[in-house]
Design a protein around this ligand. Structure first.
Ligand code: FMN
Length: 191
């Protein structure tokens, strides 16, 4: 097995809650130490799009924090996370993180990751996007975050929505150097 990583997943209120659910579930299944924060909008979108609740991921083993619990351990640099992924990430959370507005536990933890020079991945989702969004994406990239748009490929011929969610989970796990069998590495077009 890969080295066990301590990873925080934040699920915000962008469309695509299933991306965050699948990513969290796969990381737990691989034995990683998973910490979870779901924003209030994230809970609503999760319920609407998938019928699921954050507590279901808690039952699978994720440590769940309230988004307003600004005194929770992830708010400090002494809580040594290997990585944080905001999946999916709204334009609102993107703006807060890009501008260091550490007003809830998701924003604060992301700010800590940046100041400690640790891995922070934003799986952003919105379309179309305006210049303000683009400037915030640029800021994140400039201050050390990784932008991974929720922009799934279709070259693995997905047969279900689950396969589409898994494409993004696979991309995040690749970035975290975690081995998986979610999608086959591209081997060229087979005739
Ligand atoms: C069904 C639904 C889908 C949404 N999809 C998106 C989205 O894809 N991207 C986005 O930036 N905001 C989206 N929003 C709006 C955010 O949820 C809203 O701006 C919220 O205040 C963001 O808060 P958060 O970043 O703390 O989760 C959506 C809202 C709803 C109800």
């Amino acid at each position: 097995m890969d080295k066990k990583q301590k990873i925080l997943i934040a699920i915000t209120g962008a469309s695509g809650a299933g991306y965050g659910i699948q990513l969290t579930s796969h990381l737990l299944a691989h034995g990683h130490d998973i910490h979870l924060i779901v924003s209030d909008a994230g809970k609503k979108v999760m319920k609407w799009e998938t019928g699921a609740r954050p507590e279901e991921l808690q039952k699978k083993g994720a440590v769940l924090y309230r988004v307003d619990d600004i005194a929770a351990p992830p708010a400090s640099g002494s809580f040594k996370l290997d990585a944080m992924a905001i999946c999916p990430c709204t334009m609102g959370t993107l703006a807060a993180v890009a501008n260091s507005l550490a007003s809830n536990l998701i924003h604060r933890t992301a700010d800590v990751m940046l100041k400690e020079r640790r891995r922070l991945i934003l799986i952003v989702r919105e379309t179309p996007i305006h210049t303000g969004h683009i400037k915030n994406l640029l800021k994140i990239s400039e201050i050390g975050g990784i932008i991974m748009p929720a922009s799934p490929g279709f070259y693995h011929n997905p047969g279900s929505v689950q396969d589409v969610y898994d494409f993004m989970a696979a991309k995040v796990m690749d970035n975290l150097n975690i081995k998986h069998n979610l999608i086959k590495p591209w081997a060229g077009i087979v005739k």
